[in-house]
Design a protein around this ligand. Structure first.
Ligand code: 5GP
Ligand code: ZN
Length: 116
């Protein structure tokens, strides 16, 4: 369920401090330590899933819940009207640095397309 070596499992378990915005039995959200937008939250499952590439069918509902909570947080932060971006980096080429699946919720500014 959790990996004792994993940074985000440690944050979810309260072992490493973070500015936690939301938590329930399955999902935790906290502020990114190096924000790339006025709002930059990370949303994770408590279950340790290393990346999208490691995802299996049994985890579909967990990831669906992570995405739904991200959308709820965006709405509660007033981001929904102007728009916001959810990002999941998968693997080194996409810039994934922490191997515990996480959704970045970015908002409060405009975003260009295609992304860099
Ligand atoms: P990735 O590059 O894997 O998609 O995203 C990892 C994110 O985790 C980065 O945006 C980085 O700033 C954030 N991060 C890394 N270490 C910590 C930490 O100790 N605490 C918090 N709150 N965020 C972190
Ligand atoms: Zn983990």
């Amino acid at each position: 369920m959790s990996d004792p070596q994993c940074l985000f499992c440690k944050i979810a378990g309260g072992e490493i401090p973070a500015k936690v915005i939301y938590q329930d039995d399955d999902v935790v959200s906290f502020e990114d330590i190096n924000p790339q937008a006025p709002v930059h939250l990370l949303v994770i499952s408590r279950t340790h899933i290393p990346s999208l590439d490691a995802l299996d069918e049994a985890q579909e509902s967990t990831v669906g819940r992570v995405v739904r909570i991200a959308a709820e947080l965006a709405r509660s932060r007033g981001l929904a009207a102007d728009g916001y971006r959810l990002v999941v980096n998968c693997g080194p080429g996409a810039g994934q640095t922490v191997y515990h699946l996480h959704v970045h919720l970015l908002g409060g500014r405009g975003f260009s397309w295609p992304p860099g």
